[in-house]
Write a protein that binds this ligand. Structure first.
Ligand SMILES: [Zn+2]
Length: 341
């Protein structure tokens, strides 16, 4: 009898645990399991008539089953049910293992597709300056930076700024309309020295109107000369353009404009970037960023105080290509601006 009670207890625990935890058993299966177990919960005493019928077929006098025989019958009944239940559990377990293996196979077979971000930005509309930081995570600084350019230059600290040393020479060059501006790549060997650091001129390009303002005043255009030092740090020299006499370097660039965007014109002539620099070399300086995506910070800005003249015809020619390619003014965020006394 003790064996029987142990088996019943064991079976009930198995049934409860597996029915509750087995996600593969549907509610209907559960109820059927419960039902089947329910049918065995009350251990019915063997019907003396039916159980003994076959056994008693041969004997003429039906006899009552002994207590021991009834127990044996109940035990064998229960053992069969437990075996059936275990078979269901094993089948479920196998199904789970197979499903996990299938899922792993599918995951391994699926190619990892990195999210592709757009590199398209513009000066107006949906891809305009207000959204640059959202277009590509690598451009986040455009939104989150606190040393962004351009700025409205005001309240400069007047100090005796060291003169910028220009070591520019007639150089080979090529001209590209890159879809955002006209850019001039300059041959190597042109340097400026400022704060005891040497930066090499890489390229210069144009914006209309000027991105920088000085005490709120904007200019018709600006030229940005982008320099890089040995560590990759950038220094941008800004030359504000105002209407006046023709500018020879600008004329050389316009003469060599490619006929199509994204094409490069590489003329055999040279230009001397020194011819762009105004006679008076006073300047403003502050830390800022690139004014186009990715808006990287840590850029040393040098804005010449004296504007450079260019003719109305030269200005008009650029405005046909780019009537507006200037990023709006960015917050100063308390940064220090120094200016030549
Ligand atoms: Zn620029």
């Amino acid at each position: 009898m003790r064996t029987l009670l142990t088996l019943i207890a064991c079976c009930c625990v198995l049934a409860t645990a597996s029915a509750a935890n087995d996600p593969l058993i549907s509610p209907s299966t559960k109820s059927s399991v419960g039902g089947s177990m329910g049918s065995i919960a009350p251990i019915r005493p063997s019907n003396p008539g039916s159980a003994s019928a076959s056994a008693s077929g041969a004997s003429s006098a039906p006899r009552k089953l002994t207590e021991r025989e009834r127990e044996a019958e109940a035990e064998s009944d229960l053992s069969a049910k437990i075996a059936a239940r275990l078979a269901i559990m094993r089948a479920n377990q196998q199904a789970r293992v197979a499903a996990a293996a299938r899922a792993k196979k599918v995951a391994a077979a699926a190619p990892v597709v990195p999210k592709v971000y757009s590199n398209h930005w513009s000066y107006e509309g949906e891809n305009g300056p207000a959204n640059w930081g959202k277009i590509n995570p690598e451009w986040a600084k455009c939104s989150t930076g606190n040393r962004q350019s351009p700025i409205d230059i005001r309240d400069g600290m007047k100090v005796e700024l060291e003169q910028i040393t220009f070591d520019y020479h007639p150089s080979s060059f090529n001209v590209t309309d890159n879809g955002h501006t006209v850019q001039v790549m300059v041959g190597s060997g042109n340097f400026i020295t400022v704060n005891n650091r040497m930066y090499e001129l890489i390229q210069f390009h144009f914006h209309r109107p000027s991105e920088e303002r000085i005490n709120g005043k904007g200019y018709e255009m600006v030229v940005h000369l982008v320099h890089k030092d040995g560590e990759g740090k950038l220094a941008v020299l800004a030359l504000l353009l105002e209407r006046g006499k023709p500018q020879p370097v600008i004329q050389t660039v316009w003469n060599n404009l490619p006929l199509e965007k994204l094409e490069t014109m590489a003329p055999s002539t040279v230009l001397d970037p020194l011819d762009l620099i105004p006679a008076r070399r006073d300047y403003f300086t502050f830390m800022g960023s690139l004014t186009t995506p990715p808006c990287s910070e840590g850029v040393l800005w040098l804005v010449m105080k004296e504007p450079v003249q260019a003719s109305p015809a030269q200005m008009a020619l650029f405005s046909r290509l780019y009537p507006l390619n200037a990023r709006p003014i960015q917050p100063g965020s308390g940064r220090i601006v120094k200016e030549s006394n």
